[in-house]
Design a protein around this ligand. Structure first.
Ligand code: DAK
Length: 258
């Protein structure tokens, strides 16, 4: 598929996917989400890719769903076409890790897209928000659910009810992002984190992604049991033997994803 609204570069085992609708602050429309899902699926199926970085521009990661596309839709339209549901399910089905590298605005569906990634590294210029209430609607892709689990009820209510933007410092303080870096270094830092991940065993990496995500879906007791059983099962891999042998032999592990 030839892309018009995203740019994909694959380098050193990392797929860097850049949202590219500069005239619309990377607002999410059908075309962009279709292209993004296609690129993510290709990255998942490409053995050379071991980690994915999703980013936007310096000014905007994404300023939300495309308001111009949505404005004339009726209840029957959005209900029948189940706007964005298949795409969000495809994004969540990606088993390789995805880092969101956020600079500038991550609003509405843009903030929700970043939260669908595995973790967020942001620049000191990042601004997060769920301002849908200003448009007479609510968040629809996790802004009242994932955000609440990530940052707690009080802040999630504040964000969703007032529609205010949260700066990078506050986002880091409340656990929405894992780290803040200078804007000019955002891609370099995200690629460096992705490179570290790419050096690990892919089997373990995918298992860990599944384990952490399970904690949002289940009780603590069931989650701990799932974690323990996956931990046990990793002893069936050659990579476990290699990782532990390398430690004892004081050398770097050479994982073979087996
Ligand atoms: N949609 C369409 N165009 C947008 C846009 C958006 N979300 N955000 C910005 N743009 C466009 C502007 O219209 C403008 O285009 P022109 O007028 O030049 O043609 C261009 O980008 C530059 O924007 P501004 O001139 O406004 O730039 P400023 O620097 O002054 O302001 C801003 C930047 C990001 C603060 C401002 O543009 C803004 O407030 N944008 C809207 C933010 C927003 O309300 N976002 C939430 C959108 S609603 C669903 C799941 C999810 C959703 C819906 C359904 N289902 C599962 C059913 C999600 C909904 C949303 O995200």
């Amino acid at each position: 598929m030839a892309y018009e609204t995203i740019i994909v570069e694959i380098e050193d085992h990392i797929a860097l996917i850049k949202l590219n609708r500069p005239d619309a602050m990377n607002a999410l429309n059908d075309q962009l989400l279709t292209e993004l899902c296609d690129a993510l699926k290709s990255a998942q199926n490409n053995d050379k890719v071991r980690c994915i970085v999703l980013t936007g521009s310096e000014k905007a990661f994404a300023a939300g769903a495309d308001i111009k596309m949505m404005s004339s839709k009726s209840f029957v339209d959005v209900f029948t076409e189940d706007l964005f549901t298949p795409e969000s399910e495809q994004i969540l089905a990606v088993r390789k890790p995805i880092i969101a590298a956020v600079s500038g605005y991550a609003l509405g569906g843009g903030c929700e897209l970043a939260m669908m990634c595995d973790f967020i590294i942001c620049s000191d210029t990042a601004k997060f928000g769920q301002p849908e209430i200003n448009l007479g609607v609510s968040a629809g892709l996790g802004g009242t659910q994932r955000l609440t689990r990530f940052i707690g009820k009080s802040k999630a209510m504040d964000m969703n009810l007032t529609g205010r933007f949260m700066e990078a410092d506050e986002a880091e303080r409340c656990g929405l992002v894992s780290r803040i870096v200078p804007a000019k270094k955002l891609i370099e830092e995200a690629m460096s984190a992705a490179t570290k991940i790419a050096e690990k065993s892919m089997i373990t990496t995918m298992a860990v992604k599944e384990m952490v995500n399970r904690s949002y879906e289940t009780t603590l007791r069931e989650g701990l049991l799932f974690e323990r059983r996956v931990f046990h099962s990793l002893f069936a891999t050659e990579d476990q033997k290699e990782g532990m042998a390398a430690f004892m032999e004081k050398r770097e592990a050479q994982f073979r994803d087996k």
